[in-house]
Design a protein. Structure first.
Length: 408
């Protein structure tokens, strides 16, 4: 007679490693390198239109002001940053070009911000940001100041200028954009122009404020001059003027709004001025410098053989003045830590084996319950077995389950 207690299985402890990533639902990948994000509102902007982030006032990181040019593109254009020296502009799939006019981070593919531009003078210095190598040269004593529309500008006092080597001669379309601070003195003043020669038809283009404080926009082809005027005088203070020639019409814009237009269909702009080069703050009349500017001029941008639509002019102006939906930034978002975290869990698995409580089919050695212990076939009901070869048949198949018996 013998009592036996056998387990119906073996318990194994299995350690399973799980990787948990705590990315936000809208993860773009930039969260891996940056702690914070401010979305840039591109609701009313076309892709590729050059903008200054958060308007001319820029944005602030850790108390440090930043003025940065870029453009909207695709989905999710945003500013990602760690601090005022470490930030980028990117959308959900790629980093975007940016030019830091004022701030602490590094430019990134900055010439691409402006598209197919020919000259960009931000005037926080004399460099040409277009990448075309036409820096300005100060003639006389225009003064660098830090109170422009956007950071740096040059102040002119009525007898000085900035000259460049960029020429728009022979162009078949044109767009010129300039930011300036105006006085209201009764004197004709020039913001930007090109051309020099012996009569009034020599200019390639010019952008002026007249002695009655209206705006004047003009182009010339060497034999004819095309010009239009705004109907209202401008007030003192900062403004933005844009001249656009689309090869058929000349348009004048002030502060993002069209103020005049005239038919203008020469085959090209004047092709051979005696003095080549875009000049800021001066105009040529009869071979002499005249109509000097007498206040601040800020950014000047020139596109040759490319005109700009009224929508482009409006969008870039609304961006500059900080209108919502035109490149303003949203609230600061804290980006979750995306560091990989490893967690261990324990899983219990039971592996079936022959024993008390197991299914009869898991065990072998079943015999018939008689004195000769002849063979027993499935389903083994009422068959018995010796589990360990000690001559005692103390396991029985009862109802398909292994049971224990005290004695055969």
């Amino acid at each position: 007679m013998k009592n036996k207690i056998l387990n119906g299985g073996i318990t194994l402890a299995l350690i399973t490693t799980m990787v948990l990533l705590f990315n936000s639902p809208a993860s773009t990948g930039w969260e891996e390198s940056y702690q914070y994000r401010m979305n840039i509102s591109c609701e009313n902007l076309d892709d590729g239109v050059p903008i200054v982030v958060n308007g001319s006032g820029g944005f602030t990181i850790n108390g440090h002001k930043q003025i940065v040019w870029t453009y909207c593109s695709g989905t999710g254009t945003a500013l990602y940053y760690n601090d005022h020296t470490d930030y980028i502009i990117a959308n959900n799939t790629q980093r975007l070009p940016m030019e830091v006019e004022y701030g602490d981070a590094m430019d990134y593919q900055n010439t691409s911000v402006w598209g197919t531009v020919d000259g960009v003078w931000l005037l926080n210095g004399l460099a040409d940001s277009s990448g075309n190598g036409n820096p300005g040269v100060a003639v006389g004593d225009p003064t660098q100041v830090w109170a422009g529309w956007m950071d740096g500008a040059y102040a002119f006092d009525g007898d000085d200028k900035i000259e460049t080597d960029l020429t728009a001669k022979s162009g078949t379309s044109l767009a010129v954009i300039a930011y300036f601070n105006s006085t209201t003195d009764p004197v004709t003043r020039t913001i930007v122009s090109e051309g020099k020669g012996g009569n009034k038809r020599e200019p390639v283009f010019f952008l002026q404020r007249n002695d009655d404080n209206t705006m004047r926009y003009g182009i010339g082809d060497g034999s004819s001059m095309y010009q239009c005027y705004s109907s209202s005088a401008i007030g003192a203070g900062f403004h933005r003027a844009s001249l656009v020639w689309d090869s058929v019409h000349l348009f004048g814009y002030l502060d993002g709004v069209g103020v005049c237009s005239v038919p203008a269909n020469p085959t090209h702009l004047k092709s051979n001025p005696a003095k080549e080069g875009v000049r800021i703050g001066v105009f040529d009349k009869d071979g002499a410098d005249k109509y000097f500017w007498d206040s601040m001029i800020d950014n000047v941008v020139v596109y040759i053989n490319e005109s700009k639509s009224s929508a482009w002019i409006s969008q870039t102006y609304q961006n500059a003045v900080g209108t919502a939906g035109f490149g303003d930034v949203g609230e600061v978002e804290f980006l979750p830590d995306t560091t990989t975290t490893t967690t261990s869990t324990t899983t219990t698995t039971t592996i079936p084996e022959c024993g008390i409580g197991a299914g009869c089919g898991l065990c072998s050695g079943w015999v018939t319950k008689d004195t000769t212990h002849t063979g027993c076939s499935g389903p083994y009901s009422e068959c018995v077995r010796d589990d360990n070869g000690d001559g005692i048949y103390d396991q029985v198949c009862c109802g398909g389950t292994v049971k224990q018996v005290m004695m055969l």
